[in-house]
Design a binder for this molecule. Sequence first.
Ligand SMILES: *Cc1c(COP(=O)(O)O)cnc(C)c1O
Length: 413
Amino acid sequence: MSNLSAEAVRLDTADPLAPVRDRFVLPDGVVYLDGNSLGALPVGVAERLERAVRAEWGAHLIRAWETDEWWCYPTRVGDRIGRLIGAAPGQTIVGESTSVQFFNALVAAARLRPGRDVIVSDATHFPTDRYLVASAARLLGLRVVETRPNELAEAVSRFGASIAVVALGAVDFRTGELWDLGELTRTAHAVDAIALWDLCHAVGALPLRVDADAVDLAVGCTYKYLCGGPGAPAFLYVAQRHQPDFDQPLTGWLGHIAPFDLDPVYRPAAGMDRARIGTPHMLSLIALDAALDVFDTVDLSAVRDKSLALSAFFLRCVSDYLDTGILRLTTPGSDARRGNQLTLRHPQAYPIVTALIERGVIGDMRAPDIMRFGFNGLYLSFAEVRLAAATLREVIESRSYLDPRFRTRRFIT
Ligand SMILES: *Cc1c(COP(=O)(O)O)cnc(C)c1O
């Protein structure tokens, strides 16, 4: 056994989170390094869904909104996520997709700062955020200034009090770079701008403290590190101090103070209930609620520590490839500056990732030359990480990725 294999065994034996893996359903023969795109299936979710369909929908029908408390899910599940992002109860709600919530929050943020005409937006934002910033700016007649988070201070001193909103992503989806939420929020607040964070690649991956960091608004996905299931609804955080003035553009009937009065005029509900939009996606919400049970039993900082240890171990397993430049690491090396994902560059990223997937090592790629590997401390072992690295080495060394069948680009990558 090589040194690294022996070390993997040692690390797994000493891993206090090793038993958590049994709380996930994972197929045999697969090393799953794509939990940053779609988290694995937690044990119990399928049974909970079966019950929701048969006993709640099937038997209780419309009564389930009350008898099974469906009505309360958006705010109750919201508070469960709130706990994971450092938000006191009553500030987080679940519903719609991240794209919808981002747009909704962005316009509401601009309305909190009337008369200001600049949206500062992360130049490295995920495309959906960029497209929606552009659309919101057109709709509201605002200007967009794109900046990298590390250059925010410059943009703030240049545009000053004309900035209504600063919209940033906590973790760069390409490089895995992690930003300091507290520091950047303070920078935005220096000119009294609203800080809107996209937490998609951070929530469930690392401890967050949105209240302590004085974040104004935040949105995020629940199907990545939170393992809520494909298309699981997103969350929105609105700091208590902004709730009375939170004026969302998507004034659906469920955000009304008395939705069943069928009032011809919209009057927002008090508190987070005003952030409701339309009828919740109940089955997805129930799946997410069941998935979150895993997080009741673990300490997020322990998960984070293990994820960092897993990714550091992966880097050691390919260190000679990094030294010789066969692979290039674009994720920052220091723990404080990276999320739970490693990004490696190789000109043949696409066929290499495709060949890895055929061998059961599932990561993903992003155009043009990026390979992304997510390290979820909830369900990955050090032995799997070693196997993934060994498989990557084998694919590169053998040049088996050159096989034409790995080169046809699929629509979804
Ligand atoms: C995954 C992701 C999204 C996805 O938005 P959807 O509306 O769920 O498709 C948005 N923003 C970021 C930063 C993401 O990583």
